[in-house]
Design a binder for this molecule. Structure first.
Ligand code: CU
Length: 508
């Protein structure tokens, strides 16, 4: 506890230092109102800003112009995962912030507007800016205020922008980052589709998947132990019917950023090879035929590839526990004719597709069922059934993420290796306490299920939350032809208190 307080004090001290630096350098340039005309620019236009995964259209103009950017800061409660909410601080109402696209040589008149409902002052540091703080020194903006500064886009490339108000790490951890593309004079080679994807790590008071409004956890952030690692601000923001799309034969370009604040991304598209990578967001296609490209925190990369065969391609941070346990999964759905020469046509990524589909549908179903509960709440015995149904739907999500790999989609197990859960006489005999203990502590040694003997090992799954274990057991007890009781989170909590504490607290 003492250690935590010291850490927090340290952070506050550094933050204070930062504020002082900014205030000092800010003082001379505030509100001078001076306007310098760049002789090179012709005309004037308002920048088109887009929300991820959309990208503004390529710039066709052949001369620099004056571009006016209006970017609004909003602090908004939004979805981080199914049932999980977080107060995001945003540039443009979304995480990542609006995509800004300008041309090399443009003179940018930047307006940072901080909405009157904001609780915090904010500013902006654009890595594309040459000058103190990348604009931060001139854009410190209180709630209900607007700041203006101008810069010339001297260097082409794909740049991160972010808030740099103290404590900077906190503003970035709350989602204050986005991308600005300064197109080179000669433009980028043509592509059929362009998308905007940005990774970020989030630090919540509750564990992964713990429902409700989550607070920021400073200690996890300092220790670089994110609860969530996601693309475009939420788990599942680019899966299922929200996946990005393309047609066979098209060239897809991804503008990929990494807001951090802490992690470096090993960006990979399962089943594709990047034809070109503009490493670190520079303007040279610096490498060809790349499997995984490294994207620094506060950095970017431009990748492009032609899609040859239809299917679902899964985008991940190849630090795989981030992908499968913290949310760093997105999807590209490609439609069009099969090409048996390039690929035989057998679908391989069933695991990933199953997971995402279950998540999306389950969320809808849970919402429907919750609405039904509200309607039925007045002392109706039907409530019990509905609560059970909610647990089953939620448990299905846990099952497809955790148990599924071993026990298989229909709980059928694997002959000779993994016992079935479907109609398992063993499971049926277990009372709730024994079943909970099995999931928390794992299982090994000889076991007979439905007359067949198995001798394998199931690893302890104590990192799952009380709710997750209650729901998944309720799900398996009532699926695959099984019929059984509800398992409650309270029961799990009680059993957890009796199993070895270190295992139970492993991921807290
Ligand atoms: Cu901020």
């Amino acid at each position: 506890m003492k250690r935590n307080i010291l850490k927090l004090l340290g952070a506050v001290a550094v933050a204070a230092l930062f504020t002082n630096v900014l205030t000092a350098s800010e003082a001379p340039v505030v509100a001078t109102g001076k306007k310098v005309i760049d002789p090179e620019v012709q005309g004037e236009e308002i920048a088109v800003l887009t929300q991820a995964p959309n990208v503004p259209p390529p710039i066709t103009r052949k001369h620099p112009t004056k571009v006016i950017v209006h970017l609004e800061v909003r602090e908004l409660t939004k979805r981080l995962a199914d049932g999980v909410e977080y107060v995001f601080w945003t540039f443009g109402g979304d995480v990542p912030g609006s995509f800004i696209r300008i041309r090399e040589g443009d003179q940018v008149e930047f307006h940072l507007n901080n909405h009157q409902d904001s609780k915090m002052p904010h500013n902006i540091d654009l890595h594309a800016v040459t000058g103190p703080g990348g604009g931060a020194a001139s854009s410190f903006t209180a709630p209900g205020h607007s700041s203006q500064f101008s810069f010339k886009a001297l260097n082409p490339g794909l740049y991160v922008y972010h808030c740099a108000t103290a404590p900077v790490g906190l503003h970035v951890a709350n989602g204050m980052y986005g991308l600005i593309l300064v197109e080179p004079k000669e433009g980028l080679p043509p592509a059929d589709r362009e998308y905007y994807i940005m990774q970020g790590d989030f630090y919540t008071s509750g564990k992964y998947g713990e429902e409700g409004l989550q607070q920021f956890d400073m200690n996890k952030a300092i220790d670089e132990r994110p609860t969530y690692v996601v693309f475009n601000g939420a788990v599942g923001s680019l899966v299922g019917d929200k996946a990005i799309t393309a047609k066979v034969g098209e060239r897809v370009r991804l503008f990929v950023g990494n807001g951090g604040p802490n992690l470096v991304s090993s960006f990979h598209v399962i089943g594709e090879i990047f034809d070109n990578v503009y490493q670190e967001g520079g303007v040279l296609a610096s490498q060809k035929q790349v499997q995984t490209t490294l994207i620094p925190a506060g950095g970017s990369a431009i990748v492009d590839f032609k899609v040859e065969v239809p299917g679902t391609y899964v985008l991940v941070d190849h630090s795989l526990f981030r992908a499968f346990n913290k949310g760093a999964i997105a999807m590209l759905k490609v439609e069009g004719p099969e090409n048996q020469v390039v690929y035989s046509g057998k679908e391989v990524d069933a695991v990933y597709i199953g997971q995402a589909a279950a998540g999306g549908d389950s969320e809808k179903r849970v919402a429907e069922l919750k609405a039904e509960v509200a309607a039925e709440i007045k002392g109706n015995p039907k409530i019990a059934t509905l609560t059970k149904e909610i647990q089953i739907e939620k448990g299905k999500g846990v099952y497809t993420q955790t148990c599924f790999v071993c026990h298989q989609p229909e709980g059928q197990g694997v002959a000779g290796q993994i016992p079935p859960l479907a109609k398992s006489d063993y499971l049926k005999r277990l009372n709730n306490e024994e079943a909970i203990r099995l999931v928390l502590a794992g299982m090994s040694g000889e076991v007979t299920v439905n007359g067949k003997t198995y001798n394998g090992t199931m690893t302890p799954l104590s990192y799952l939350s009380d709710d997750q274990i209650a729901n998944v057991l309720t799900y398996v007890r009532n699926s695959f032809g099984n019929e059984g009781d509800i398992v409650t989170a309270v029961e799990v909590k009680q059993v957890r208190a009796t199993v070895t504490p270190p295992a139970a607290n492993q991921f807290e």
